[in-house]
Write a protein that binds this ligand. Structure first.
Ligand SMILES: Nc1ncnc2c1ncn2[C@@H]1O[C@H](COP(=O)(O)OP(=O)(O)O)[C@@H](O)[C@H]1O
Ligand SMILES: [Mg+2]
Length: 253
């Protein structure tokens, strides 16, 4: 049985005269890996910021798990179960991997001890050892985060987001800056989040092999507007997508 976990309806976000997100609508099923692609400046990060409550919508609605969360505060949205990872690394460089994970957990708990503990009692425990093992950082728990390879710092960012036990994870360019083998590891981790933890993923990413191999469906936006929505195969064959983003001679690995 499928259930719509996230529903975005007619969403707009303006900055002065610029409409960064323009009448965007889509629905994400629970358990889906849902890609959002488009050229730089298309409005992808702004869309994430509105969903996560870091920016208020100018118009439109965001519904999560049957609740209207449009314009709600980011900490409330986070405790409802929406987590995110960032394009740039957000670790505390001078602290160990274990301390970073613990700190992420404390932040999540501070947002709402009640909801957090209730959810925790129902779900698998996201403790430090469990998350470290899940993301493959058990051997690095005592290492300073700033000394890890860049790819591992981004993996740690995913682990930190997991400490809040999100049901929906917004991932903004998780493969940016990674080398090919790190990209493959990140792709495997994203699929494992869904397969082993049932986490629904909203994935913004420019790495087409990663997007095409991981996503169930993809929304393409250009200048704030949706131009295509469908399976990877449908989207990469869509002339308007090739025009706006992929280019004629795009080769998919
Ligand atoms: N806080 C802001 N203030 C003004 N303009 C912004 C702000 N954030 C983003 N924009 C503009 O909105 C558009 C979409 O940006 P963004 O959402 O970052 O695109 P993407 O993530 O797809 O590259 C761009 O033209 C960008 O310059
Ligand atoms: Mg962006």
């Amino acid at each position: 049985m499928t259930k719509v976990l996230l529903e975005v309806q007619g969403l707009n976000r303006r900055f002065g005269g610029l409409t960064a997100v323009s009448d965007v609508s889509f629905a994400v099923q629970q358990g889906e890996i849902f890609g959002i692609i488009g050229p730089n400046g298309a409005g992808k990060s702004t869309l994430f910021n509105v969903i996560a409550g870091h920016l208020k919508p100018s118009a439109g609605k965001v519904r999560f798990d049957d609740h209207d969360i449009s314009g709600h505060a980011s900490d409330e949205i986070s405790r409802r179960g929406i987590g995110r990872t960032f394009q740039s690394v957000h670790v505390f460089a001078k602290q160990t991997v274990a301390e970073n994970l613990r700190r992420a957990e404390i932040l999540a708990r501070r947002h709402n001890p009640f909801a957090y503990l209730a959810r925790r009692a129902l779900s698998s425990q996201a403790d430090v050892a469990d998350v470290a093992s899940f993301v493959g950082l058990t051997g690095y728990l005592d290492n300073e985060a700033g000394g890890l390879a860049y790819g591992l710092q981004k993996i740690l960012g995913v682990g930190m987001a997991m400490m809040a036990e999100p049901r929906l994870l917004l991932m903004d360019e998780p493969a940016a800056g990674l080398n090919p083998s790190e990209k493959r590891a990140m792709g495997a981790l994203i699929r494992k989040l869904r397969e082993q933890r049932g986490i629904t993923v909203l994935l913004v990413e420019h790495d087409m092999p990663l997007v095409m191999s991981s996503c169930d469906r993809i929304l393409v936006i250009n200048q704030g507007k949706p131009i295509a929505l469908g399976t990877p195969a449908a989207v990469k064959a869509d002339p308007s997508v090739i025009d706006a983003y992929l280019g004629e001679d795009y080769e998919f690995a």
